[in-house]
Design a protein around this ligand. Structure first.
Ligand code: IPM
Ligand code: MG
Length: 363
């Protein structure tokens, strides 16, 4: 029996609610496939600020390092929303990414045919959409120094620094091309090479890396054109690779193709082992949704699908991951919907029931 350790950080708002459903599903995977998952839970985010005065304790990062993977809920909420505060709930996710070296963020966009009407886009625009956005996660504006606020003769000022090294761009581009080889052999590299020096570097390095993958088509797009094409012709994309901030913005846009943030999982990966597995952090791309917290309205499917990515990408359990994804497909096909994805006449279920339905289909 294989044993795996998973650090669980439910976080704030609906984080704990959707995490509970993913754990329910993972327990079912344990029973059905005969594995043993050792779950350890840590308090982070706003809850961490309340409990310990910091969003992410060094002990928690150490536990993450020792684990096979991290299952991360969501952080933040109105209680901790002071933009001036030195410690913020978001420190938890940014700290985990940076300290664990999770530089590659995979955000797949899958359209469920039964949910086409839930998108704000026309069904004919969405036909054939199947893409992954690969977002660089530990560089760029999020982490560049200097990063500060100050006041002088000209009044209040602020600076963030957009900086990338050749190595940082190179490693994420390799991930993009390798991923494209498992898919439809196309990479779209997104930059702002007409204005930014980092954009020029990005394009240069992407082109160089691309030469090592002659079987993969490389296309370059400026970020503004990419934003446009995402809603004009989304089916034209296979793997989109881009820097941290552009990726943050474009993945919220891409989520709307699928109709709801509640359907969008993500994986954040560091360097891989020889067998392709390695530490990763798995989280839904939605936030803590304070407006619906405690009402059992949250859609747990993004978190459950993130757990499926965990099984595949950190534990190397492909069959188990596919079984979870098939169970989600089945629940959608059977017509069950949480409020965020419910069209007219749909059978609406709450968070817990949705988790039960997925787990039942794994039995
Ligand atoms: C995301 C989120 C985070 C980000 C926030 C919570 C810091 O928006 O994962 O996309 O900006 O990366
Ligand atoms: Mg975001």
């Amino acid at each position: 029996m294989a044993t795996f350790s998973i650090l669980v950080t439910p976080g704030d708002g609906i984080g704990p609610e959707v995490t509970a459903e993913a754990l329910k599903v993972l327990s079912r995977v344990e029973a059905r496939f005969g594995h043993q998952f050792r779950f350890e839970e840590e308090i982070i985010g706003g809850a961490g600020l309340d409990a310990y005065g910091v969003a992410l304790r060094p002990e928690t990062v150490e536990k993450a390092r020792a684990a096979h993977a991290v299952l991360f809920g969501a952080v933040g909420g109105p209680k901790w929303d002071d933009p001036q505060a030195t410690h913020r709930p978001e420190d938890a996710i940014l700290g985990m990414r940076k300290q664990l070296g999770l530089f590659a963020n995979l955000r797949p966009v899958k359209i469920y045919p039964q949910m086409l009407a839930q998108s704000t886009l026309k069904p004919e625009v969405l036909a054939g959409v199947d893409m992954v956005v690969l977002r660089e996660l530990t560089g760029g504006l999020y982490f560049g120094e200097p990063k500060k606020r100050w006041t002088d003769d000209e009044g209040r000022q602020g600076v963030d620094t957009l900086r990338y090294s050749e190595k940082e761009v190179e490693r994420i581009c390799h991930v993009a091309f390798q991923l494209a080889r498992q898919r439809r052999n196309k990479v779209t590299s997104v930059d702002k090479a007409n204005v930014l020096r980092t954009g020029q570097l990005w394009r240069e390095v992407a082109t160089e890396v691309g030469r090592q993958y002659p079987d993969v088509t490389l296309e370059h797009l400026l970020v503004d054109a990419a934003a446009m094409n995402l809603i004009r012709n989304p089916a034209s994309f296979d793997v989109m690779v881009t820097e941290n901030m552009f990726g943050d913005i474009l993945t919220d846009e891409a989520a709307m193709l699928a109709g709801s943030m509640g359907m969008m999982p993500s994986a954040s990966l560091g360097e891989r082992n020889a067998d392709g597995t390695g530490i990763g952090l798995y989280e839904p791309i939605h936030g803590s949704a304070p407006d619906i917290t405690g009402q059992k309205k949250a859609n747990p499917l993004a978190m459950i699908l993130s757990a499926a990515m965990l099984l595949r990408l950190s534990l190397g359990l492909e069959q188990e991951a596919a079984a979870v994804e098939a169970a989600v497909d089945q629940v959608i096909a059977d017509g069950y919907r949480t409020p965020d994805i419910a069209g007219p006449g749909a059978t609406t279920v709450d968070t817990v029931k949705m988790g039960d339905l997925v787990a039942e289909r794994l039995a």
